[in-house]
Design a protein around this ligand. Sequence first.
Ligand code: G16
Length: 550
Amino acid sequence: MDSQQRSMLLESSSLFPPPKGIKLSYGTAGFRADASILQSTVFRMGILAALRSLKTEGAVIGLMITASHNKVSDNGVKVADPNGEMLTQHWEPFADSLANAPDPHSLLQLIADFAKKEEIPLNGSKAAAILLGRDTRPSGEFLVEAAKQGICSVIGAAASDMGVVTTPQLHWMVRARNKDLKASASELDYFDQVSTSFRCLIDLIPKKSHHGIGKLIVDCANGVGGEKLRILKEKLNWLDAEIRNSGEQGILNEQVGADYVQKDKVAPQGFGPHDVGTRCASLDGDADRLVYFTIIPNGNNQINLVDGDKILSLFALFIKDQLSILTDDKNEYQPRVGVVQTAYANGASTKYLNQLGLQVIFTPTGVKYLHEKAQEFDIGIYFEANGHGTILFSDHSLCWLEDRKSTEKGLEKQNAAKRLWAVSKLINQAVGDALSGLLLVEAILQHMGWSVDKWNDLYHDLPSRQLKVKVADRTAVVTTNAETIVEKPPGIQEAITALTVKYPQGRCFVRPSGTEDVVRVYAEANIQESADELATCVAKLVDQFLGFHS
Ligand code: G16
């Protein structure tokens, strides 16, 4: 590192001292904490993003300022790699060390050592490019400025500010700029691509099933999704959607949004008995998660939840159907289709997917793990029950589809190839995306001529309950086996198992959250009362082992 670079880093980092006595870590989806303590972390992630771009031959890297489903006073930062995916896990320990370096000199030393080890040119000979985005949190503005300062303290690095965007839009733009070689890919290109491919799917619906499926109402969590969905709606006069909780009045993620609806299984604010019988959907604060629901008549705000597992099942079914039209000759190439879930997946969904003949793989929570596994298939579909997921098409399967859609003689087969091709363009292959996911659900329901109830009847969820427990130190919980078994503290797993076996079809696990300072508890059983009781008993157990007891 030359002296100019050295003094630039020392000077700028002295303006962003880290918060005292707080250890930050790059969790499930980047750093998250109260926004007031994040300036130094975001500044340092600006440096990291610039180094990542230099390391990847100047590829565009994304830096998103968001705390997604967390409360409005929190914020966070995550990095998107050249393909639009989450930052490679191999760099996470470096992100942790950078965030926690106590002073400018130790920060400088860390950067110098890492650059040497990774052979990153820090002499101004190469250029680095970073795309910045933020959600609607008020703290986003000053945090973006901190990120810019971090980026600009690396010689040759330049930041482009994309303003307020959904997290998936930023990941999409990063991917488009690097992979699809559209150097200037913008939000407009995103809207064009998703709306064109959606229209293509609608145009390919056989006329006989062209009957309406009625209005959709979308809860936008009082976040960025409302404004973006409005733009999409204007482009797509076909989409009969009413937008609610778009942020003009209510508070971000407060009793609204996909996380609230999925975890508490109640209708979001602004929804009520007048919406009985209508198909409803909920996005989260940065529009990377999607769930559907209907309101139960006279149900005191209770809902029928149509969660990420059901979205996964719908997508898997549609893809399987189209592939079976396209590949009826068993001697020809058959793309390998696989699905990826986490321990939160309802047991009934896994059973259904197995019955469809699909291979199901489990990973720990966090799209970074699911995404990695889904890439092992020609068509890999992954979803967390919370509504975060997408479909990945390998380069090979895309070439095959492109060829089949133009060379196939039979109309049915040609249309099946065109549909799958349109799915690959509509769905965001960088990361889970509530907006493109919503359009794909709507197109498939329309194609099938299905109501939301018909979709929900694909299988019946086992009753489940999720709780969270505040503990003294959540890092004391160490899990294994895709988070289904607790290794530490000793003795707790035996106690959980002893409780679980008491309930027919009982299943229960606990894990530390990577986005909130809590331990999460999930329980499933044959009836709701049992799932509730099991979750409550295990939550008490977690409190006994790890709570604030002297
Ligand atoms: C993030 C991750 C998701 C994860 C969720 C909850 O979502 O991207 O993969 O499921 O956090 O994680 P945890 O249970 O560890 O708190 P989001 O929508 O908040 O970015």
